[in-house]
Design a protein around this ligand. Structure first.
Ligand code: PLP
Length: 364
């Protein structure tokens, strides 16, 4: 095996593209040189060949295992990121005279509703926009049974709030799980459709995981070009056009890593990492969490502020000196956002917490 220089690597707390485990980077690098003694790079591997069919099969099996799903759901790897799903969902399921419901819990949740307006009616059933999304909106009571579907975001990447579990719903429930899929046990099977852009918790940018309950194909309301139709994508099993083979393969490497670890261990670690950080944020006089209620706080994205602009500037500088990157908050929130995706380790979070303590000590 060609050796890969174990170069210097920063700690990436970025919101996405996110950190992946060292071994995933190594295995992906190796596959770029040669994929499993095939005499070809993974970059040259055909999306129509046996090797890729095996990659797809294994990925589907692991996804179903991690999410506790049976044959009722189909697994798709599509292009176009989270945003193309904001389009495809209403294109497929929202007729001109229909209305879809939305829980507006943050930027992405709001965007999903805005994209849907091009295709039919939208009903914002609940929102926390007036408080700049510092808490989760209440889960809507009395969801009208006439809605084509209800769309919500399980984890709000920018504002740092997260729902505990998938709620019951009397209309087809569609969930954007881009930033917390596979981070914990959830009732994934309650969703008629859920999706996740890969670059947060699954792998590199360039592919999006979509899991759709089979019967949803009968609810498609308009004729669409095949690339935009869930039915055509299911029929072609993710190889309608040239698939992003490398992005899907690297995602499979991450899926194997998660399977080996097990969802329960992953959840336990994520809980540990977020508790470690939030505890320090409660204690440290230089920082304060943005989300007031502890129950609403995300295990994946911890948002917080410094006590002054000077504190914020100098802490970013200190982190840079320690090769910690990606901690600046989204421009709509400011302050900091530390993303604790699956590949981020407890040790790395401990390092950040130690640095926060040191920072406070030196400022006093
Ligand atoms: C990042 C993100 C998106 C957007 O994904 P793109 O692939 O950039 O379109 C959508 N929803 C959530 C929850 C996200 O975190």
């Amino acid at each position: 095996m060609t050796s890969i220089r174990s170069g210097h690597h920063k700690i990436n707390f970025g919101g996405g593209p996110a950190a992946l485990p060292r071994e995933v980077f190594e295995q992906a690098s190796q596959a770029v040189l040669e994929y499993e003694h095939s005499g070809l790079s993974i970059l040259e591997t055909s999306h129509r060949g046996k090797a890729f069919a095996a990659i797809l099969d294994e990925s589907r099996a692991i996804i179903k295992e991690l999410c506790g799903l049976n044959e009722d759901h189909e697994v798709l790897w599509l292009h176009g990121g989270g945003r193309l799903q904001f389009c495809m969902i209403p294109m497929n399921f929202l007729g001109e005279g229909d209305t879809a419901g939305f829980v507006d819990s943050g930027h992405w949740a709001g965007q999903a509703a805005e994209y849907a307006m091009h295709y039919g009616g939208t009903n914002i059933l609940s929102t926390s926009r007036e408080d700049n999304y510092r808490h989760l909106p209440k889960w809507p009571k009395d969801v009208p049974g006439s809605l084509a579907y209800l769309h919500y975001t399980t984890n709000n990447t920018i504002y740092g709030t997260q729902y505990h579990d998938v709620p019951e719903c009397n209309v087809p429930l569609i969930a954007d799980m881009s930033s917390d899929i596979f981070s914990k046990r959830m009732a994934y099977n309650k969703c008629a459709l859920f999706y996740a852009a890969a670059q947060k918790n699954i792998g590199p940018a360039g592919t999006t995981l979509v899991v759709i309950r089979r019967d949803m194909q009968e609810r498609i309301v308009r004729t669409l070009p095949p690339m935009l139709s869930y039915k055509a994508q299911v029929a072609s099993q993710s190889v309608l056009n040239t698939s992003p083979v490398f992005a899907i393969y690297t995602s499979l490497l991450m899926l194997r890593w998660m399977k080996e670890k097990g969802i329960d261990n992953i959840e336990q670690e994520n809980r540990k990492k977020s508790e470690l950080l939030y505890k320090e944020l409660e204690r440290n006089t230089m920082f304060a969490p943005v989300v007031d209620k502890a129950v609403d706080r995300s295990m994946m994205n911890a948002c917080f502020r410094g006590m002054s602009d000077d504190v914020e500037r100098s802490f970013v500088t200190l982190c840079e000196q320690h090769d910690i990157t990606g901690i600046k908050g989204h421009r709509s929130v400011g302050g900091f956002r530390v993303s604790l995706y699956n590949a981020v380790t407890v040790e790395q979070v401990q390092l950040l917490v130690d640095l926060m303590r040191e920072f406070e000590h030196n400022k006093k």
